[in-house]
Ligand binder design. Structure first.
Ligand code: NAD
Length: 430
């Protein structure tokens, strides 16, 4: 099938690459010329395991190409995916300006029947919004359908998530367009759910908000554990064995960050308010999340007081392991607090250093974890990279001036850290 993907970011590039790998002719479009130039030169603008090899192979085989021209993408494809960003506006609602801009360009270039698929995470009702824009601006009288096909991939395992998704949700306005999408997705042989457009749009927000709720819930339990002398890791384990609860997303820590959970939870909250529904459940989820970093920093400060002039090494910058994405990363929030308390901050991340460079002016970027530890009074684990789990803690400790290890992700055991000479403080246990 001839497919174009407009918006070649974390979702669009992976989606386009996987569709090409499955044998489709794919054009990836982006209005960021630098990104497209990099891709044309065989370089990936994002870090995603397995992406480069897969993309280069399809480029070589002539199934995957890159352009800045939306017109080309629209004219040469039957199925057009919209995968542009939908960041939060200051009031928390999703900013649909990129979706709107793309819909207008599609309208201006429509030259045949087209299937326009919203893969961006968009509030319920956006399918109609896109449909109306195209109707209003289209120059020729061609028919089209607007479909919702929310994306559930996770950065860090995006290729596998696209090749073996747990479910494919396709929200359609009619049977005919459902058949076309089923055909496109048939090679992945995974469960497919056909719904109306509105339900598909809402499935994405409901899923992310539910997972965010699980995270805030276990963090709420962690707060109690810290006061009551219980161990949140054991509590979560005991809960997770119950198949009605499940063990996933029950890791207490610094809360949810990244480019999806915070903005999607907020957007659903705005949707609930728009329909005049009580949104206090989500308000609490967000409030609990927003207190994670201040609470952790309060703990660091009360142990090390004063923080002023203390050297603190931050282990991990990416919002989660196996990605270079720093959007809404907890590291940035922690660093801001530490700098405000006049600490001297050093940082290290296995892959996010380049993205961090322009964002972090007053901190020292280190070569590796051992370099980070040199002369530090404290280390703070912010991202649970496997590389950090395997560190030689004795060597790390020997490089330091002080002995504090604040583990915001509970990746070490107290015994192991104390054996290495650390004063170990983690989440949800004394
Ligand atoms: P991103 O910022 O990485 O990519 C968006 C791309 O769209 C950018 O490269 C940008 O240059 C391009 N773009 C913006 N306006 C454009 C225009 N008018 N024409 C052409 N290109 C344009 O964003 P992302 O992380 O890939 O997210 C895209 C959407 O997918 C969002 O709605 C997000 O919520 C959703 N989503 C993201 C993830 C994730 O893990 N990142 C997972 C599931 C869903």
């Amino acid at each position: 099938m001839n497919v174009s993907v407009i918006g070649t970011g974390y979702v669009g590039l992976v989606t386009g690459t996987v569709f090409a790998d499955l044998g489709n002719e794919v054009i990836c479009v982006d209005n960021d010329k630098k990104k497209i130039d990099m891709l044309k030169a065989g370089e990936m603008p994002i870090y995603e395991p397995g992406l480069q090899e897969m993309a280069l192979k399809s480029v070589e085989d002539g199934r995957l190409s890159f352009t800045t021209s939306v017109a080309k993408g629209v004219r040469d494809s039957k199925v057009i995916f919209i995968a542009v960003g939908t960041p939060p506006k200051p009031n928390g609602e999703s900013d649909l300006s990129a979706v709107e801009a793309v819909a207008r360009e599609i309208a201006l270039n429509i030259n045949d029947y087209k299937i326009i698929v919203n893969k961006s995470t968009v509030p319920v009702g956006t399918g109609n919004f896109v449909r109306n824009i195209i109707e209003k601006f289209k120059r020729a009288d061609h028919d089209f359908d607007v479909v919702s096909n929310p994306e559930f991939l996770k950065e860090g395992s995006a290729i596998a998530d696209c090749l073996y998704p747990e479910r494919i949700v396709i929200g359609v306005p009619n049977h005919h367009v459902a058949m076309a999408l089923l055909e496109l997705y048939a090679p992945v042989e995974r469960p497919m759910l056909i719904t109306d457009v509105e339900s598909a749009e809402l499935i994405k927000y409901a899923s992310n908000a539910f997972l965010a709720t699980k995270i805030s819930f276990i963090n709420f339990i962690a707060n109690i554990c810290e006061k009551a002398g219980a161990d949140v890791t054991l509590v979560a384990k005991g809960m997770g064995y119950d198949s009605r609860i499940g063990a996933h997303f029950l890791q207490a820590g610094l809360g949810f960050g990244g480019s999806c959970f915070p903005k999607d939870t907020l957007s659903l909250l705005c949707t609930a308010r728009k329909y005049k529904e009580d949104a206090s459940l989500l308000e609490t989820v967000i409030e609990l999340n927003e207190d994670r970093v201040p609470r952790f920093v309060r703990r660091i400060s009360s142990e090390m007081k004063p923080l002023r002039d203390k050297v603190v090494g931050v282990l991990g910058l990416a919002f989660k392991p196996n990605t270079d994405d720093l959007r809404d990363a907890k590291s940035l929030e922690i660093i801001k607090h530490l700098l405000k308390a006049r600490a001297i901050v050093r940082v290290y991340d296995p892959v996010a250093m380049e993205n961090a460079r322009p964002l972090l002016k007053d901190v020292k970027l280190c070569k590796n974890a051992y370099d980070l530890a040199r002369g530090a009074d404290a280390l703070v684990v912010v991202t649970e990279w496997n590389e950090f789990k395997l560190l030689n803690l004795e060597k790390l400790r020997q490089n330091m001036r002080g002995s504090y290890l604040f583990d915001g992700r509970n990746i070490y055991s107290k015994e192991r850290a104390e054996r290495a000479g650390f004063k170990y403080i983690c989440i949800g246990k004394r």
